[in-house]
Design a protein around this ligand. Structure first.
Ligand code: PEP
Ligand code: MG
Length: 758
């Protein structure tokens, strides 16, 4: 821009500058006097005419608390809403703004009492405390200049130090600080998306709450380095301890994760950067946080899934290190016995690390029904509500929460009335659960005597015990990629064999369908470099990888064969797009069988090889596929997204296309008919089968075997037992012929009129 200069002006070295700040902070003066002095020091260090400090007050208002350079009468008078003006924009986006001509920015608003029209350039950064915006720090000058990235970094470091003053309770009432505005004190009722059913009423635990840093500027870098060293030692010891005690009994993979953590925690570059930040004058805690913020800023610009995943690991390690610095050690230190986790986004390992016994619900700022974390949460039988925007900032640690996964509702700090009303629902819920319990040993047979096969979907963490219930046929989908995803490298054949053998053992002789790995897509492996893809869901994933890198698939087949001596073995290949792919995959399996036989190994007593129907192209080859395969299984999670060209992980599309539409139902009906004609068994293992209405429609169009998350077993069995299938079959023919977009309402009425429990 014409007339713009680049400024590299800062008077002192960063170390000296921070010392000056620390000296002012530690004066015995009032908070206001110190703030007045601080803005003077900052303005002069930046050789700028103006430095202003805005503090967030109740009601989402940013109030000017101190200023060097703006008119004195504007202090404690000028107020901006979050989102209003440049200052409000910084608070809203939590991003710095660096402008050489402030008045040309669309968000600029002019406040005459400040006299700021004289100043051209503007640089502002958020003052963040425990990840919440506590205020905004601004520097302005007459000259149209753009501040350098080093200056912005320095201003961010100073803002971090100022956060300490705001958090001290001397500037505004601590209750107001803690709540970050009046919203925190209110009882809130929010509606999001229904991701997993159930009801829970528990205190909230914020996922990755930041450790509250008490002090930012250090007295002595030497003693901070000693503290850092002690914390590092404690962190290493904690990781070692977890590994030694094999605290996670659910599988070797957990141990490998922690071993990977141990390596990250020894990353020399990372340690070095923390030490450098301490040399700037920060405390060890502030240095860890600063380095983490820098890393996050860099990583958020990367598109590589792998690197973003690594950034998440580093964030988690940073948090653990902060906890050690704060003397709090392990994560579980102050958690209540049972609680609801509130997260922006959370991974399966992270969720499980809280302990299956303790987590009773999940609230997410994001989330989509067929994402893998939701599939796992359903298997854990905890309610989940997603798409609750800003949940992390609205909920405070320990707040009472109610999560109603059936209706997609979240109550934060519910009032007494709401608690009472919900208590009634909880009672009803328990009654329903008790009713489903009574069905556990009842057969899954319709009123007119047709047996419907019920199976469960499982993965590493899923409690496979429910498969032992009398009328459950087996595990219809065992997702083998989950142990892969949790491992730091490809699990070797022996560890795979152990996992599979354990699942077979636990299922007590019932069928377990092992789906070979479906990595890639939304299930990246941290250690397997899949080149960056524009459309990973349609990319190099699952059996495609297995055929291109046969060693991986061969090793898995070898582990599966070795895990089932004298047992029945069901193996299913995912993402089969054409018959030739199935033939190729099956040939690989056969090769391993030959190998085992030649080795004199005890072979499985029966082997059945199947394929998933989840890529539309195979729909036109079902008869040929059915001739070759022992069974087929419809994966509607993927099939729906490709049929409707609708990304399964996109929350904006989550409710757009319905399985209960003639378009989708006719596809499933055709598969069922083609399989019946060939006499091959077909099941349905997509997530939607866990919903009674959807399950009813699927049975109505001809499917007889369903595989679903364990939480759906009770409701689906109740539906099956109340159904007259002959009548429904006729009605579904009519339904499939309709031009409607969605037949949900019609089917709901049908169920109600015919006494079907949905
Ligand atoms: C599916 O696509 O429906 C399926 C069951 O597989 P996944 O959800 O693991 O992709
Ligand atoms: Mg799939």
């Amino acid at each position: 821009m014409a007339g713009t200069k680049h400024s590299s002006k800062v008077v002192s070295s960063p170390l000296l500058f921070l010392r000056k700040i620390r000296d002012v902070m530690s004066r015995p003066d009032s908070a206001q006097e110190r703030m007045d002095e601080l803005v003077k020091v900052i303005a002069s260090e930046f050789l700028s005419e103006v430095c202003s400090m805005y503090v967030l007050r109740a009601g989402e208002v940013l109030e000017l608390f101190a200023s060097e350079g703006l008119n004195a009468e504007s202090v404690h008078t000028t107020r901006l809403q979050v989102g209003e003006g440049l200052v409000g924009e910084i608070a809203l986006t939590r991003e710095p703004l660096n402008l050489s001509h402030a008045d040309q920015h669309p968000k600029f608003v002019y406040r005459p009492e400040t006299g700021e029209e004289k100043f051209q350039s503007f640089v502002g950064v958020p003052i963040l405390r425990a990840e919440q915006v506590a205020g905004v720090l601004v520097v302005q000058s007459h000259e149209a200049q753009s501040y350098t990235s080093e200056q912005i970094e320095l201003l961010q470091t100073v803002a971090m130090v100022l956060a300490e003053l705001i958090g001290s309770g001397e500037v505004i009432d601590p209750a107001e600080v803690k709540r970050g505005g009046s919203k925190g004190l209110l009882s809130l009722h929010l509606t999001g998306s229904r991701l997993a059913p159930g009801l829970a009423q528990m205190p909230a635990v914020l996922h990755r709450p930041r450790v509250d840093i008490a002090s930012y500027v250090a007295e002595s870098p030497t003693s901070e380095k000693t503290r850092l060293q002690t914390a590092f030692t404690a962190l290493q010891a904690q990781i070692d301890d977890v590994i030694r005690k094999a605290q996670f009994k659910e599988g070797e993979a957990q141990r490998e994760i922690f071993e990977a953590y141990r390596l990250f925690a020894q990353d020399k570059g990372w340690v070095q950067r923390i030490v450098q930040a301490i040399d700037l004058g920060l405390t060890a805690e502030a240095a860890v946080q600063r380095v983490q913020e820098q890393l996050q800023a860099r990583m958020s610009q990367l598109s590589s899934e792998y690197l973003r995943e690594r950034a998440k690991d580093m964030e988690e390690i940073s948090n653990r290190l902060l906890q050690h610095l704060a003397g709090k050690g392990g994560k579980a230190a102050n958690l209540p016995e049972e609680f609801i986790v509130v997260a922006h986004d959370i991974g399966p390992v992270e969720l499980l690390e809280y302990g299956r016994k303790h987590v009773k619900g999940l609230v997410l700022e994001e989330g989509s029904p067929t994402s893998h974390i939701i599939i796992i949460a359903r298997a854990m039988e905890i309610p989940v509500v997603g798409k609750i925007r800003n949940a992390m900032s609205m909920v405070q640690e320990g707040d009472p929460l109610i999560v109603d996964g059936d209706h997609g509702e979240v109550y934060i700090r519910p009032t007494y009335d709401v608690e009472q009303a919900i208590a009634e629902h909880v009672a009803q819920y328990r009654e329903k659960a008790a009713y489903y319990e009574t069905l556990r040993d009842e057969p899954s047979v319709t009123r007119d005597g047709v047996r419907i096969g019920l199976n469960i979907n499982a993965g590493l963490f899923v409690d496979v015990k429910r498969v032992q219930e009398r009328d459950i046929d087996g595990i219809g989908l065992y997702r083998t990629e989950l142990p892969y995803m949790l491992s730091a490298h490809f699990p070797d054949i022996e560890s795979q064999r152990k996992t599979y053998a354990k699942v077979i053992r636990q299922s007590g002789g019932k069928k377990v369908v092992f789906r070979t790995f479906d990595v890639g897509g939304d299930k990246p492996l941290p250690y397997f470099n899949i080149p960056q893809e524009e459309n990973p869901a349609m990319g190099w994933r699952a059996t495609r990888i297995g055929l291109d890198r046969p060693a991986i698939l061969l090793r898995q087949c070898r582990a599966l064969i070795a895990a089932a001596p004298n047992k029945r073995l069901d193996v299913m290949f995912p993402f089969i797009a054409e018959v030739a792919e199935f033939d190729e995959a099956k040939a690989l399996f056969d090769r391993e069988m030959e190998h085992a036989r030649a080795n004199g190994q005890t072979l499985p007593k029966e082997v059945r090889i199947g394929a998933m129907v989840e890529v539309p192209s195979i729909l036109w080859q079902i008869p040929e596929l059915a001739k070759r395969a022992d069974f087929l299984s419809i994966g509607s999670n993927d099939l729906m997204q490709f049929l409707f060209a609708s990304d399964r992980g996109n929350p904006n599309l989550a409710d757009r296309y319905d399985l209960l539409s003639p378009a989708a139902l006719r596809v499933f009906r055709q598969i069922a008919r083609d399989c019946a004609a060939e006499g091959v068994e077909v099941s349905f293992c997509g997530e939607l089968a866990r919903k009674p209405l959807e399950a009813m429609a699927l049975i109505g169009i001809g499917l007889r075997n369903l595989s679903l998350s364990a939480s759906g077993l009770g409701p689906v069995k109740a539906m099956v037992r109340s159904l007259d299938l002959a009548q429904l079959g006729e009605y579904m023919e009519y339904i499939c012929s309709l031009p409607d977009r969605n037949v949900r309402a019609r089917l709901t009425h049908y169920a109600r009129d015919h006494g079907i429990e949905v």
